[in-house]
Design a protein around this ligand. Sequence first.
Ligand code: HEC
Length: 143
Amino acid sequence: MVLPRFLRLFMTLVGAFALPGVADAQSASATRGMADYHAHCLQCHGAKGKGDGRIMDMQNRRLPDLSRLSLRNKGVFPAGRVMEIVDGTGVIVIHGTSGMPVWGKAMREEAVAQCRASGCNSEAIVRERLRALADYLAFLQEK
Ligand code: HEC
């Protein structure tokens, strides 16, 4: 995969901190997800996904606690649903606008631009990035 040099360096630095308690295969992915989470999600959801009870908009909606997704799903981390929500392009908004940005659109634009030069599979890159974010959120779950 062709990545800008600064991004590769950043990922190497981030990778130096292995996440404790995460299986090896998932750990590399979760570590990539952590970099993305810190860059794009932390400002709303907080470092541990708890959202710190922040209120998002005029309708007084609270941010959902992302560290309790498993607890709210009978102890099973809903990876597929999380990836769909973060992607956002397939989510049908039933009640007004969601305060959650549609990440899939920006991710696809970036991946398509990246693949234009190298001929990679942009959809595979988007899936991998969504999977990495889900793996990182799985790591944040309360038991
Ligand atoms: C601008 C603030 C903001 C940012 C940035 C943001 N989110 Fe959200 N997120 C929200 C809000 C608000 C909701 C609740 C949406 C709703 O209720 O319709 C939400 C909901 C979610 C949910 C669903 C939780 C549930 O209870 O089902 C997940 C998962 C999630 N966000 C993950 C992420 C990830 C991963 C990122 C970074 C790629 C991110 N969010 C970035 C505001 C944000």
